[in-house]
Design a protein around this ligand. Structure first.
Ligand code: ADP
Ligand code: MG
Ligand code: ZN
Length: 489
C-alpha cells in the first residue's frame, strides 16, 4: 500500500465504553458480577431482563463514579441531566431500548494530555461523558445459534467520546492508555479489555493535507487490546488512502478487526442518530446534580497521574521517564511514596532506581503485582541502608533483594544468615591482593609495562577470592596503591 501520510491527514475520534465497578447495576438492585466467571443469567431481575411494567431507579454510586471520571477529564458538569431511550432491536437488549443520555450528557468539553513516544505531549479534547447501561452478552455458537447472558444487562456504563483530535494509530493508543490509567486511578474500572469491561472504538477518516472538510469515516469494533487499537487504526488509514488513491470513495460503515489476520472487515453500514429514535426516558425524572455534590466529589479525587509526575520531578528530582514509570499504576506509586517517606531525605532517587531497575524486574519475572510481593517499602529502605553504610556492596544487595523477594525475610537477616557482609578489613584485602599478584606474575609485568586495562582483571580476581563480598572502593584503592608501589620499586 502507498504511504498515506505523504498525501493525507488522518482524523480520528475515539468512543470508549467503560463499565463502572459499582456494587449494583445502573437501574436495579442486581449485583454487578464478573461476566467471565459468574454462571450465566444468575444476576438478573425483572428490571434488567426488560419485563414490561418494571421501573428503573437510578444508582447513586454509579452517578458518583461517572462524576469522578467527568471531573478527572476536566469536563464541565451539567446540572440538569436527562436520560434518553435509544431504541433498537437486538437479542442482547431485552427491552428493545437502551437507557442512555443524548442531548444533555453528564459532562462536556473536557480534555486530557497524552504523552507521545518522542517525549512530547498533546492535548486531546473530550467531547462528552455520558451514563448508560450495558447490554447482555451474546455468544455465537460455531454450529449456528447463539447464547445470551443477561448478567451484563443493566451494568452501569460510561461512554467517553473524544474530539477528532487524534492523528495516528499511536496517538489513539496513547489516548486509550491514558483514559484507562485514569479510570484505574479513580477505582471505577479495572481496565481489563479482554474481559470487555473497557471497549475502545476509533472513528477514522482521512483528508488531503491542507483540506479542512472531514472525509467519510469508518468505525472500528472488536479491538481487544491497545496493540490492536494502534494496528487496526493504522490499517484503516492505509486502506482508506488506497481507496482514495485509485479514485474510489470510502463507505461509512462499522468495521471489525480480525485479530488473527490483522485486517479490518465490513460489519454493517452505519446507523444515523435518527435510526435510534431517541426520546427522553419517561420512567426516570431529570437528574439534578448540585454544586455541593460536584464539590464533594471533586475534593475526593485522588492525585491523578500527571500531577504525580510533576510532583515526582519537582520534589524528588526524578526524570520525566522515571516519574511516568513509577506512576503508571496508583498502587505502585503509593508503594514507592511509602518507601521514600521511610528513607533518609535525598534518597528518593536511589529508591526510584532500586524499584525501577531491580524490583520491577523481579515482579515481571515472577509475574507478581505490587499487592502480592513480600518485599515491603520499609524492607527495601533497610536494604538500601546496608549498602549506604557499606555492610554489603551493590551486587550483593541485588542478590539479597532477590532473596527478600522469594522468602519475605529482611535484608539484615539474609546478610547475617548467609555471611554476606562485605569485607572492608584492609589487612584482609591487602593479603588477598598479594596472593592474586603473586599468582599472576605475567599480568603484573604486562600491567607495569603499560597495559593498564589489566586493572579490571586484577579487581575481578580479588573480588573472586573475596567471594564477591569485597568493598569495591577499598579493593580499588588498595590495588592501585600496591601496583603503584611496584612500579616505583
Ligand atoms: P456517533 O455517535 O454517530 O458515532 P459522534 O458525533 O458522537 O457520532 O462521533 C463519534 C466519534 O467520531 C467522536 O469521537 C468524533 O470525534 C469522531 N468523528 C466524528 N466525525 C469524524 C470524522 N469525519 N473522522 C473521524 N472521526 C470523526
Ligand atoms: Mg459512534
Ligand atoms: Zn436486575
Amino acid at each position: 500500500m502507498t504511504n498515506p501520510t505523504t498525501y493525507y491527514e488522518p482524523i480520528i475520534g475515539l468512543e470508549i465504553h467503560a463499565e463502572l465497578m459499582t456494587n449494583s447495576k445502573m437501574f436495579c438492585g442486581c449485583k454487578v458480577v464478573d461476566s467471565a466467571e459468574a454462571p450465566p443469567n444468575t444476576a438478573v431481575c425483572p428490571v434488567c431482563l426488560g419485563m414490561p411494567g418494571m421501573l428503573p431507579v437510578i444508582n447513586r454510586q454509579a452517578v458518583e463514579y461517572a462524576l469522578r471520571v467527568a471531573l478527572a477529564l476536566n469536563c464541565t458538569i451539567q446540572h440538569h441531566n436527562i436520560f434518553a431511550r435509544k431504541n433498537y432491536f437486538y437479542p442482547d437488549l431485552p427491552k428493545a431500548y437502551q437507557i442512555s443520555q443524548y442531548e444533555l450528557p453528564l459532562g462536556v468539553n473536557g480534555w486530557l494530555e497524552i504523552e507521545l513516544e518522542d517525549g512530547s505531549s498533546k492535548r486531546i479534547g473530550v467531547r462528552r461523558v455520558h451514563m448508560e447501561e450495558d447490554t447482555g452478552k451474546l455468544t455465537h455458537l460455531e454450529g449456528g445459534g447463539s447464547l445470551v447472558d443477561y448478567n451484563r444487562s443493566g451494568v452501569p456504563l460510561l461512554e467517553i467520546v473524544s474530539e477528532p483530535d487524534i492523528h495516528s494509530g499511536e496517538e489513539a493508543r496513547a489516548y486509550g492508555l491514558k483514559i484507562r490509567q485514569i479510570l484505574r486511578y479513580l477505582g471505577v474500572n479495572s481496565g481489563d479489555m479482554e474481559k470487555g469491561v473497557l471497549r475502545v472504538e476509533p472513528n477514522i477518516s482521512i483528508r488531503p493535507v491542507g483540506s479542512t472538510a472531514f472525509g467519510t469515516r469508518t468505525e472500528l469494533k472488536n479491538l481487544n487490546s491497545f496493540k490492536a487499537l494502534a494496528e487496526g487504526t493504522a490499517y484503516e488509514i492505509a486502506r482508506q488512502a488506497e481507496i482514495l488513491n485509485r479514485g474510489g470513495q470510502v463507505v461509512q460503515e462499522t468495521r471489525g478487526w480480525h485479530d488473527a489476520r490483522r485486517i479490518t472487515f465490513s460489519q454493517r453500514s452505519k446507523e444515523e442518530a435518527e435510526d435510534y429514535r431517541y426520546f427522553p426516558e419517561p420512567d426516570l425524572p431529570p437528574l439534578a446534580i448540585s454544586d455541593e455534590w460536584i464539590a464533594t466529589v471533586r475534593a475526593s479525587l485522588p492525585e491523578l497521574p500527571d500531577a504525580k509526575v510533576a510532583r515526582y520531578q519537582a520534589d524528588y528530582g526524578l526524570s520525566a521517564y522515571d516519574a511516568r514509570v513509577l506512576t503508571e499504576e496508583r498502587a505502585v506509586a503509593a508503594w514507592f511514596e511509602t518507601a521514600v517517606a521511610a528513607a533518609p531525605t535525598h534518597a528518593a532517587k536511589t529508591v526510584a532506581n532500586w524499584v525501577i531497575n531491580n524490583l520491577f524486574a523481579l515482579m515481571n519475572e515472577k509475574k507478581q503485582g505490587i499487592e502480592q510481593i513480600q518485599v515491603t517499602p520499609a524492607g527495601l529502605v533497610e536494604l538500601i541502608g546496608l549498602v549506604e553504610n557499606r555492610t554489603i556492596n551493590h551486587n550483593t544487595a541485588k542478590e539479597v533483594l532477590a532473596e527478600m523477594f522469594a522468602t519475605g525475610q529482611s535484608a539484615p537477616a539474609i546478610v547475617q544468615a548467609s555471611g554476606l557482609a562485605q569485607v572492608s578489613d584492609e589487612a584482609a584485602i591487602t593479603a588477598v591482593i598479594a596472593n592474586v599478584l603473586a599468582a599472576n606474575p605475567d599480568s603484573v609485568t604486562a600491567y607495569l609495562g603499560g597495559k593498564e586495562k589489566l586493572l579490571g582483571f586484577f579487581i575481578g580476581q580479588v573480588m573472586r577470592e573475596l567471594h564477591g563480598k569485597g568493598d569495591p572502593a577499598v579493593v580499588n584503592r588498595l590495588l592501585s596503591q600496591t601496583l603503584a608501589a611496584r612500579r616505583q620499586a
